[in-house]
Design a protein around this ligand. Sequence first.
Ligand code: ASP
Ligand code: MG
Length: 470
Amino acid sequence: MIVMKFGGASLGDADRIRHVCGIVRAHRRKQPVLVLSALRDVTDELIRIARLAARGERAAVERGLAGLEERHRAVAAGLFDEPAQAEAARESIAGLVREVEDYYRGISLLGELSRRSLDVVVSVGERLSCRIVAAALAAAGVPAAYVDARSFLITDEDHGRAQVDFAATNRGLRRVLLPLLRRREVPVVTGFIASTRGGVTTTLGRSGSDYTAAILGAGLGAREIWVWKEVDGVCTTDPTLFPDARVVPHISYKEAAELSHFGAEVLHPRTMLPAMRRSIPIRVRNTLRPDSPGTVITARGSRSPNPLIVSSIDGLSLVTVEGTGLVGSPALVARVLSEVAAIGVNLYMVSMASSEYNVTIAIPSSETARTVRHLASVLHVGRRNGRDVQNIQVEDGVAIIATVGAGMKGQVGIAGKVFSACGRHRVNILAIAQGSSELNITMAVASRDLKRAVRAIHGDVVAPSRDGRK
Ligand code: ASP
Ligand code: MG
């Protein structure tokens, strides 16, 4: 049995969905279990309309809802020729649209949008796409069954990023899915959404369908988990920016996790854990080129001493907290980090010199104002008695580059090569961090130097690894 996950990008319109059905049919003998996201952009749209509802903008909510219904109807119209099938699809779409309309009405009456309400609102996206695709498979002669993951995927109540109760979930998913597989039906399971024990809808975090696929794969003991994307697999660097990027045929769970924590759009960060625990390979494949092998992710790390991948993220700022109050006061450094975590800001890098005179963090620029305000107030910036922090500096227009590969561990000179590649191409490095896992060398550069730096590292350090990596 194979778990196959398709994201919203692969489900843009009727043609794309027909294509997905063709892929499923081609692998039918492998007993696929499908996990799907909402149709492209639908989650964002549901959230946008929810915010309008909270502001009481009734007309805009109605327009938005009509647009969503029309979009799904058009997809269904392109998929079902037979009047009975078309009618059934229209009805199930209308039913779900009415449901979300009720939620929007509630939100606008209350004038407030909680994370709990948002979860049930966005759940409609995956429920719509899965109903449509299950019907499309059936119409194409592949017996398929719609499965609402809320019937077995149990989480805590942390809405928007709920934690999975694996014991309950694993019992439940076997109960729900094994009978379908025994009847040779293809389960079409909603990604991303889940439920508390008490039946309240939760979600696993944006892009959480990858994680749903891994939970199912691990719980069912699948042979492999296939995550279908619009790219050939995990690449040595971003192929949209650097045409000489190549597919990496094989990486480890830890390397993949390193990339996703860093913010690279490989897989949802939590995806690797369930698969790793049960040693189930994850394969990243391309819907546009279904015959290419893609990238396989297993426990085995890269053997090559060279780094595998150079990945980057732009739009960040460096925030440096400095002052005599930090000296010899590790608790204050810990405090800076935990205060940032407490306000829910993502940290992309932390760097602290051993003088303990300052600590630098990289965060999204959109978060700097709020972060600095918070830190300044809780750390009593500028307090005169000399114990506390004296200064917070912000540097905008920063990008972070991560050079990742398990083979770098214990190798002497890799960091040197990475930095001299930057030096040769006149890239100034603003801050550096290397996790003690030695899987990842992270550095901050000015955004204007980003392309040059990635090209330098890719060309001088990552790309020459070609022959070593077969
Ligand atoms: N539809 C959800 C999102 O857009 C989940 C996913 O795509 O995996 O975040
Ligand atoms: Mg998505």
